[in-house]
Design a protein around this ligand. Structure first.
Ligand code: ADP
Ligand code: SF4
Ligand code: MG
Length: 334
């Protein structure tokens, strides 16, 4: 696997306008990501993990340019894509595709599979309709669907089949990067494994880079190269899969492990399960954002938000319990 950076998220800020207060006054926008940094290396699978509501989909939607950023940069192959418009934005969209959590509702219910899969070809290429149809059949075969599926409508597909169609559509323009937002969480367990295997095969065949979003560490344990753990819009741990699984450094990561089936259950016993819910993004706690749920919270945690510190080569975490080898966010480089 090459080590070059394909995509770099730099100081990203994303806000949602919040609804008006009871008295009709507009309230402050809610800041979901505030100075967020993360790199994606060419050819890797980076898992982004965290409980529901921590900002994973917001991050992917902003990278995909579906929602605007309030500040920062998303640098793809050296170019900040946030200011792009027109043809330059279209070119970025060829290179980066998103696959959504609910496969059936992500497909246009009024279109047959043939039109769904060939739609990007119509928008972005000069292929005529028979060439588009031929390419659509090729893409279905690659995603493990028989040619007869070409005439079906989304409601005639199972969840797994619909996710295969969504993948066929995503691959139509030979992208370099796929953002996969909980790609299997709406599927039956037996189908989940098939889709994960398919993703691995497609990645090898097309030299794809993946950012896979999941609320569960269990799902990503077989497919990720590195794991990024998010809590309430902040990166709390980032490292190689083996290192994060063997020596999770952040109390939140350990709590996620407590809820995850792991091969060695003895390890899990040491970890304290999570209690309570994620605090509201509109009113995050001061100091460390995890302090309201952390079994190790100290006075310092209520005042000072911990910076990312190096745990070992390529592995960082943000917690006051870790040593004092302070590093700047900018140092999280491939
Ligand atoms: N369109 C929106 N408008 C306002 N708030 C939103 C919107 N989408 C998400 N949020 C809020 O942003 C936070 C992060 O949500 P999201 O990115 O969907 O998290 P995740 O994908 O990790 O579950 C949550 O507090 C959620 O309520
Ligand atoms: S900084 Fe404090 S509250 Fe935050 S995770 Fe570490 S010990 Fe827990
Ligand atoms: Mg989500």
């Amino acid at each position: 696997m090459a080590d070059a950076t394909l995509l770099a998220v730099r100081n990203l800020r994303v806000e949602y306008a919040s609804s008006r207060s009871l008295f009709g006054k507009p309230t402050k926008p809610v800041r979901i990501l505030d100075g967020f940094n993360l790199d994606l290396r060419t050819g890797e699978t980076l898992a982004v993990v965290g409980e529901s509501g921590c900002g994973k989909t917001t991050l992917a939607n902003c990278i995909a340019r579906f929602i605007p950023a309030a500040g920062g940069e998303v640098v793809f192959e050296g170019l900040d894509v946030l200011p792009l418009t027109g043809l330059a934005l279209k070119a970025y969209r060829r290179n980066m595709q998103m696959v959504f959590q609910n496969p059936v509702s992500s497909l246009n219910p009024r279109l047959r599979v043939s039109a769904i899969v060939s739609e990007p070809l119509e928008t972005h290429t000069s292929l005529d309709s028979s060439a588009r149809q031929a390419r659509a059949l090729e893409l279905l075969a690659e995603t493990g669907l028989e040619a007869s599926f070409i005439d079906r409508y989304p409601h005639e597909l199972s969840g797994g089949q619909a996710q295969r169609v969504a993948l066929a559509r995503a691959l139509a323009l030979n992208p370099r990067l796929l953002l996969l937002d909980e790609p299997t969480s709406a599927l039956d367990v037996s189908v989940q494994a098939q889709i994960l295997n398919l993703l691995q095969r497609l990645q090898a065949d097309h030299r794809l880079t993946y950012m896979v979003i999941s609320h569960s560490l269990g799902l990503v344990q077989h497919i990720s190269d590195r794991i990024a753990v998010l809590y309430l819009g902040e990166l709390v741990e980032l490292g190689p899969r083996g290192s994060v699984f063997a020596t999770p450094a952040h109390p939140y990561t350990r709590a996620l492990f407590a809820a995850t089936p792991v091969p060695d259950p003895r390890r899990r016993r040491n970890y304290v399960a999570l209690e309570g819910a994620v605090p509201s993004a509109a009113n995050p706690p001061p100091g460390c954002r995890f302090q309201t749920r952390c079994p190790h919270a100290m006075e310092r945690c209520r005042i000072e938000n911990p910076a990312l510190r190096r745990v070992s080569a390529d592995h960082v975490a943000a917690c006051h319990l870790l040593g004092d080898t302070h590093i700047d966010d900018k140092e999280i480089k491939p």
